[in-house]
Ligand binder design. Structure first.
Ligand code: DP6
Length: 359
């Protein structure tokens, strides 16, 4: 594992400031264009991925820390949540080699999501990146380290990854890339990196309408899905397809080649679900309405020639992607033709955002 040279394990004996205080971050969710699906070792990705950082779907997290003996208390949307608390406890234990001082600190965590709990959208990327950012702020306050933004976000992305792979991309604005690619500069398995100005600015204006085909909880978690890739007969072909799709997507985005962008993004979404269907045991997360909505998006594109496409995460909901300048037409289409196929008519409007911020 590549750990930056100056990352000595931080013990409370080395603290330069008091072990009492409060930190808070807002961190967004993200939607992958090339999907991370399959991992090895300590949360390392089997293939590289890239995502849009979202704006409206985010977690606000506030942590009060005080000297103690490693107790974690977690309030989610105002109520104690023991399941989430256990996950965070396990995570804190798992990073004991990096932050041994947390054994001497009690954490009281307050976490709130901007999106409805009932929408069935994944919250681990926003919550786990918010947690990692808060831990880095605690480090900064207690040890006077991570002074430069670049160091701060590098470590926050690293710690986010150890909590939930896709979370490492959420800390950066607009688009973030994660996973080594020999032909793409600034890629690493350890952390995500911002894509910055390597793409046509049109991709910084993208909107994302999330059509909630079903708000039911997923039958198979992403973590279990990643594990099933170990025995998937298509795994190696998939990992090389992802590398090649990432390279082509970066080239298409640099040129503003919308047709190529659409082709790759939809191929990635359907491949992800094909991998679930070809896992042992096989499973299907799409619902009947997901297929109807896919068909509607494709027909609308064919009829109008407008650059709209869809992607899916590990669930049944459609993320419709389109540039801001065609928002009026697309939103009319979504309202009239898609809303009837959404559970309780639920649609969440989002767009490319500016990454995490201290609050
Ligand atoms: C389909 O990051 O949720 O959204 O590392 O086990 O926490 P863990 O998995 P997670 O997997 C996300 C999978 C995905 C694709 C992606 O975001 O790249």
């Amino acid at each position: 594992m590549e750990v930056k040279k100056n990352w000595i394990p931080l013990h409370w004996a080395n603290a330069v400031n008091t072990l009492d205080g409060e930190v808070a971050w807002r961190s967004p969710s993200n939607i992958a264009l090339v999907k991370y699906w399959g991992k090895y070792g300590r949360q390392l990705p089997s293939n590289p991925s890239i995502s849009f950082t979202l704006k409206n779907a985010h977690t606000n997290m506030r942590i009060k820390y005080s000297s103690g003996n490693g107790a974690v208390t977690l309030y989610f949307e105002g109520e104690r949540n023991e399941q989430f608390e256990q996950r965070i406890k396990r995570y804190i234990e798992s990073i004991n080699d990096i932050y041994p001082f947390l054994e001497n600190v009690d954490l009281e965590i307050h976490s709130d999501n901007s999106f409805p709990h009932s929408a069935g959208i994944a919250s681990s990327a926003s919550a786990m990146s918010a947690l990692a950012l808060c831990l880095c702020s605690i480090e900064k306050k207690v040890f006077n380290t991570l002074g430069a933004d670049e160091d701060f976000f590098y470590k926050a992305s690293f710690l986010s990854r150890l909590a939930s792979g896709s979370a490492c991309r959420s800390v950066y604005p607009k688009l973030a890339i994660w996973g080594e690619h020999p032909e793409i500069e600034g890629t690493s398995n350890n952390v995500a990196n911002p894509v910055g100005s390597r793409v046509d600015p049109i991709f910084h204006t993208f909107k994302n309408s999330i059509l909630i085909a079903s708000a039911k909880e997923k039958s198979v978690s992403s973590s279990a899905g990643h594990q099933l890739m170990e025995d998937n007969p298509f795994a190696e072909v998939r990992f090389s397809q992802a590398r090649s799709n990432l390279k082509s997507l970066m080239e298409a985005m640099a040129k503003g080649d919308m047709a190529k962008f659409i082709e790759i993004v939809e191929e990635e979404a359907l491949t992800l679900h094909a991998l679930m269907m070809t896992s042992k045991p096989s499973y299907i997360l799409m619902q009947a309405n997901s297929l109807i909505l896919i068909d509607k998006v494709r027909s609308f594109r064919e009829e109008t020639g407008l650059p709209i496409c869809f992607t899916l995460d590990a669930g049944p909901n459609l993320h419709v992607l389109y540039p801001f300048h065609i928002a009026k037409e697309v939103e009319g289409f979504i309202e009239n033709e898609c809303r009837p196929y959404c559970e309780n008519g639920l649609i969440i409007q989002d767009e490319v955002g500016d990454g995490a911020m201290a609050i």
